[in-house]
Design a protein around this ligand. Structure first.
Ligand SMILES: Cc1cc2nc3c(=O)[nH]c(=O)nc-3n(C[C@H](O)[C@H](O)[C@H](O)COP(=O)(O)O)c2cc1C
Length: 186
């Protein structure tokens, strides 16, 4: 079975990202076709990127980077759970992504976005970013609306079809995550 990391893309106090990530985790766990772990970037306490050598060289100086690198390296695929901030992803998630390079390479990823317009602009921006890291991003994505999937724009109550859209995205991520394992072994 592949290992799939569900990345919590907000560190904001009162964030919605954690509830969304836990919901995705529950759906993914029911399938039984991947080993699933929620990865909360908040717990890694990453400062704004403070590595003197570019991540593509793989020479990490700081302990927080080494811990983060080991965690990300342990997965075959990722689901990025992202809020939309000013039509992009969160600074915290972009910073966490920027810290590493090889650990992301030749892995698969899917996206769960949320916002006034389903987080689609944040996900579009993330697709550009992960392309540079040689992450294969799948087509299916989950678009959660602040208007219809959150009660009073606050309490997460996903609509009836959203579980189906999570599974459609997971079908693709888990398939690609498995396929890319052989490439990485070469
Ligand atoms: C700095 C900031 C900028 C935002 N910009 C947008 C935006 O451009 N589009 C949108 O749909 N929602 C926007 N929102 C609303 C967020 O999608 C909403 O607050 C969401 O709950 C943030 O995710 P989080 O709670 O997990 O941090 C913004 C929120 C913040 C805090």
């Amino acid at each position: 079975m592949i290992r799939l990391g569900i990345i919590v893309g907000s560190t904001r106090p009162g964030r919605k990202a954690e509830a969304v990530a836990r919901w995705v985790h529950g759906i993914a766990n029911k399938r039984g076709d991947a080993e699933i772990e929620v990865v909360d970037i908040e717990e890694f306490k990453l400062p704004l990127l403070d590595e003197p050598i570019p991540p593509s060289r793989g020479q990490y100086n700081n302990q927080h980077t080494k811990v983060w690198a080991a965690k990300i390296d342990s997965f075959d695929a990722y689901v990025f759970v992202t809020p939309e901030y000013n039509h992009g992803t969160s600074g915290a998630l972009k910073n966490a992504i920027d810290y590493l390079y090889r650990e992301w390479n030749n892995k698969a990823a899917g996206f769960v976005g949320y916002g006034g317009a389903g987080g689609v602009r944040a996900v579009e921006q993330l697709r550009q970013v992960v392309g540079e890291l040689q992450i294969a991003d799948v087509r299916a994505q989950v678009m959660l609306s602040l208007f219809t999937d959150f009660e009073n724009f606050t309490i997460f109550k996903p609509g009836p079809n959203q579980e189906k859209s999570v599974n459609a995205m997971l079908d693709q991520v888990i398939a690609w995550g498995g396929a890319l394992q052989s490439l990485r072994k070469k």
